[in-house]
Design a protein around this ligand. Structure first.
Ligand code: SF4
Ligand code: SF4
Length: 340
């Protein structure tokens, strides 16, 4: 068995060789703000994301995932790219292919190498009860900022995170200080006031939640604030000064592969939708919720040229889609009658 420091550095080298941009380590007895998390759940700020209520014995005590575990390895993969020039915006993480498979495959390869070093491992990419952001912060990958996102000094907030729980003893990295300072840009920019205080997010008000996780009708009070965001929101990321050095991702699978004009997507069939978004995070939204979201966006930025397709959707058997289409029609007609 290699000495701990050598094994740790070899692990890091392997992770970087596999294409991850950053890698850090922390003891399995990582400090987590358990009371903060439980209170957040108690206050129902996670909305309908019921999975966040489950498995807290493991989520808040990673040792319970693998009883012999000694360390946690955290990796980050840069996904930054510029927003494409089109009507409507999609969060950057969802512009290309889904990251889960790609990262999981690489983590499995890393686990194989770690097994050869005598370890037993469990890899996760959003697939288990792991509090990725605070653990990544404790593993030296950055700090959890006022936006509640992990900030890395070089990559800013545009990192996908993955983890490996391991029985190997690995040397912990130094914890990064919080460098938010007096900045409050993320909190100030949020169109739906989703931060009750800095460092705390009310997910039920966040556009990412409303356009992705939320199943039913989008509350009318949030529709104008959603603006041109079809899927997710990057406002609190885009405004963060620590993203000024972000470089375009090296992963061509994450690159945007194009989208027809928004109004044209409303005439798609279910099959067209599935085919276009095959292998992307957007596929799990399913077509009715895509139409719901596009109606909100067209209600905010559409023109009279979009009315025909919206009028047809307003007759839809899907009550939610029909109601959102009617809302969009009213908004476009209001703008048109005001000469806008
Ligand atoms: S993603 Fe958008 S809506 Fe959500 S907290 Fe950030 S700025 Fe607010
Ligand atoms: S925008 Fe400012 S306050 Fe918000 S996370 Fe970035 S540095 Fe911190």
């Amino acid at each position: 068995m290699l000495p701990t420091d050598t094994l740790t550095e070899r692990c890091r080298e392997k992770a970087l060789e596999l294409g991850f941009d950053v890698c850090g380590f922390v003891s399995i007895d990582v400090e987590l703000r358990r009371d903060y998390y439980l209170q957040w759940i108690e206050e129902k700020q996670h909305g309908t994301m019921a999975w966040m209520e489950r498995n807290n014995d493991r989520r808040l005590e990673p040792r319970n995932i693998l009883p012999e575990a000694r360390s946690i390895l955290m990796v980050g993969l840069n996904y930054y790219q510029d927003d494409p020039d089109m009507r409507g915006r999609i969060a950057k993480y969802a512009l290309g292919k889904d990251y889960h498979k790609l990262m999981y495959k690489r983590l499995k390869l890393l686990c194989t190498w770690m097994r050869e070093q005598g370890g037993a491992q469990k890899p996760y990419v959003d697939t288990g009860p792991i509090l990725e952001k605070p653990i990544a912060a404790q593993a030296g990958l950055g700090w959890v900022g006022k936006s509640t996102l992990l900030l890395h000094r070089k990559h800013g907030t545009f990192l996908f995170l993955g983890s490996i729980i391991t029985t190997l003893e690995l040397s912990p990295d130094n914890v990064e200080n919080d460098h938010c300072g007096s900045c409050t840009r993320c909190v100030d920019i949020c169109p739906t006031n989703a931060f009750p205080t800095p460092y705390k997010l009310d997910a039920t008000r966040c556009i990412s939640y409303l356009t992705i996780e939320h199943q039913g009708s989008i509350p009318v009070e949030f529709r104008e604030a959603i603006g041109d965001r079809i899927y997710g929101c990057d406002d609190c990321l885009d405004v963060c000064p620590w993203n000024r050095w972000a470089q375009k991702t090296r992963e061509s699978k994450f690159h945007f592969s194009g989208l027809p004009d928004l109004a044209d997507t409303l005439s798609w069939t279910d099959e067209d939708f599935s085919e276009h978004f095959q292998g992307t995070p957007i596929k799990r939204l399913k077509f009715p919720r895509w139409k719901r979201n596009v109606c909100v966006v067209l209600g905010n930025i559409g023109t009279t040229a979009d009315l025909k397709v919206l009028q047809s959707l307003a007759q839809s058997d899907d009550e939610i889609v029909a109601e959102h289409a009617s809302w969009a029609i009213t908004k476009i007609e209001e703008r048109s009658s005001n000469g806008e």
